[in-house]
Design a protein around this ligand. Structure first.
Ligand SMILES: [Zn+2]
Ligand SMILES: [Zn+2]
Length: 336
């Protein structure tokens, strides 16, 4: 919705002509080396995920490896949902400096690209949601079944290989101007390394064996990264194709209940598009939203403040009259 004054539809524009320093190493055009790296980072964990089931059958999974997988999964997931998404992209709460920095690092450990690029892409997604200009709409190729299949693949993975990049100085000047955030964003490779090496380090030290380090690398790093990738991308693909649409949004975002726990509350995606700055996405009774719960704890600790909790009347004002949201397809694209 564009009618609400407190919705960040777009980032604040850079107000002078001085060129902002780049916040990612590749700049705005992804170079071929970066494309290849990206391909490796997507395929290697995915192959690990495919191998995981038969290996689990044969090896069994130790409690340590399972613990590492769950811990690092939810660390990265909440870094993305609370940090990259609700705080940095939408400003749904303000964070004290140490929390802000911790969120930037935790989100980087999800291996979903540098902070500034993530935020720029996502702000562009909200600006054009499911219309021309959306970096990852599953409706890009049309509404027939083959077109949707192709579009789902595009929204899930394909879009990341697009040569055209979201201009970071236009969509995320507020982040680029912060030297610490800019540095964390540029250090993406470092945080990827930390994220992938910590589990085998812990696994090796606890078991005092190379085998323990290896299985921890497999489960705690590779399988964990692949799972988190696919769950995050499912918000872009599945949650823009299916799901209930009880709220008014100008796109096809849906609420998908079965992804709520794995996505840390982000799959209540219809509400999110209806009220992007809300700190809570699962607003109805029983709608699990672990990110909102943790933001509440941060607030109680005094680390987060000015949290935009949605009031009942605000939620009700966003309900759609027909209970099915308003849809916008290709036919009306470009009118935003
Ligand atoms: Zn969306
Ligand atoms: Zn969003």
């Amino acid at each position: 919705m564009t009618t609400s004054s407190d919705v960040i539809e777009d980032a604040p524009e850079a107000n002078d002509d001085t060129a902002l320093p780049s916040a990612t190493l590749g700049g705005e055009q992804k170079r071929s080396i970066e494309q290849i790296t990206l391909l490796l980072f997507i395929t290697v964990p995915f192959l690990a995920l495919v191998a995981a089931v038969p290996l689990a059958w044969g090896w069994g999974v130790s409690w340590l490896d399972l613990g590492l997988l769950v811990f690092f999964y939810y660390l990265g997931c909440h870094g993305i949902t609370i940090g990259f998404h609700r705080h940095f992209t939408h400003g749904s709460f303000k964070a004290k400096r140490p929390l802000k920095i911790a969120l930037a690092i935790a989100g980087s450990m999800a291996v979903e690209g540098p902070l500034v690029r993530w935020v720029a892409d996502h702000r562009k997604h909200h600006k054009f949601s499911d219309a021309e200009g959306d970096p990852h709409s599953p409706w890009r190729y049309g509404e027939t079944v083959p077109a949707l299949m192709k579009g789902l693949w595009w929204a899930h993975v394909g879009w990341m290989f697009d040569e055209e990049q979201t201009p970071q100085d236009k969509y995320a000047p507020d982040l680029i101007k912060d030297p610490v955030l800019r540095t964390i964003s540029r250090q993406f490779v470092l945080w990827t390394g930390v994220s992938l090496l910590l589990p085998p380090l812990i696994g090796g030290l606890v078991t005092m064996s190379w085998w323990g380090a290896f299985t921890a690398l497999f489960w705690g790093s590779l399988v964990r990264v692949a799972l988190l990738h696919h769950v995050t991308w499912s918000i872009n693909s599945i949650c823009h194709a299916v799901g209930k649409r009880p709220f008014k949004s100008r796109d096809r975002s849906g609420n998908v209940w079965w992804l709520a726990v794995l996505s840390c509350g982000e799959s209540w995606h219809n509400l999110h598009h209806a009220d992007p700055t809300s700190a809570r996405h699962g607003v109805e009774r029983g709608q699990l939203d672990s990110s909102a719960r943790i933001i509440r704890w941060f607030e109680q600790l005094g680390w987060a403040y000015d949290v935009r909790w949605p009031s009942r009347s605000r939620i009700d004002s966003r309900r759609s009259s027909d209970g099915n949201g308003s849809r916008r397809g290709k036919a009306t694209a470009g009118t935003a």
